[in-house]
Write a new protein. Sequence first.
Length: 366
Amino acid sequence: MPGALPGAGGGDAGVDPLALLTAYQHSAVLASAVVSGVADALAEGVDGSHGPDALGAGRTVEEVAASAGTDPRATRILLSALVAIGLATRADGLNAGAPVDAATRFALSEAGATLASDHPQTLAWIVRKEWFFYGVWNELPAALEDGRARIAPWRDRLRDDRSTAFGFLRALDDLAARFGGELAEMAAAALPARGDGGPLRLLDVGGASGSHAARLAALRPDVRPTVLDLPEIAPLVSERHGGLPFEAGDLAAPRFGRPEGETWEVVLLANILHDHTPAQNERLVREAAGLLAPGGTLLLYEWIPNPDTDAPDLPLFAVMMMVENDGGDAYSEAEHRAWLERAGLGEIDLVRGFGPIAVLSARKPG
């Protein structure tokens, strides 16, 4: 492979730069099907049925275009591309290269069914999130030149485009539903029960919709979670995890806006630190530690590089932080331990599962 670096791709001599280069075509076809409404139009089926029941029912190009409000010619081309990458099927059983006429009917495949908005395990919000960042990553060369993020800070995005911001948080909640169970299991195992048998009051700082707090409480009935986030987030918590208590607060405020003297048995910072600079993280960990009761536990969920694997998830995540957050990064285990130790916490333990996110726990003496 002329010009290839020795050992590129973790030593995999089969890495094909051209295949990597053109992989965007598949993701763009997938995302366009969701964003344009074509996937939902296919899921409606011939008789107006929705979701997985529409599999195999099929709709013509004209029907899909009319329902989605798309151009018929462009819709025909996209539908054939969806068949080619396995996300749609033709009712006649022919492949993507076969001619398409007015009677040809298309349906979402079993794999593509989750692109529909009303599917029980829909990927639609996740797709919309990634499509937003798809445009951001186009500016990666510029970010490399000046080291600056290519999107506005989260607080500004929430103020200026709440619809997109809430869509992002819904996507994170859907991702937690798919992959967050392992994190909850590791965190549940790291939490000691209270000596007096009482509840463990948990404050989920910057918890957004409450995804992780809800899953942890489901495994540990003694955990009593409360979500803390900006006041604008309250409706999303009600929408996604109704019944979870919510308190308005602010990561930038002393004690995150909580009153002096208030303490919690558990404080959770889930996927917070990678958005900030090392100096900011030292302060965030110190503020979180200050909210703990004696003997309390600080839990961190974080993308922490693992020297024992050459999987691309974490290095690519660090690139994501670089282009999306000023000062963001995937910080090392040593950096996390140092922040925890300087906050006066001990009994620090890191647990990894099958996924790229680790769980760190640390105790306040007492």
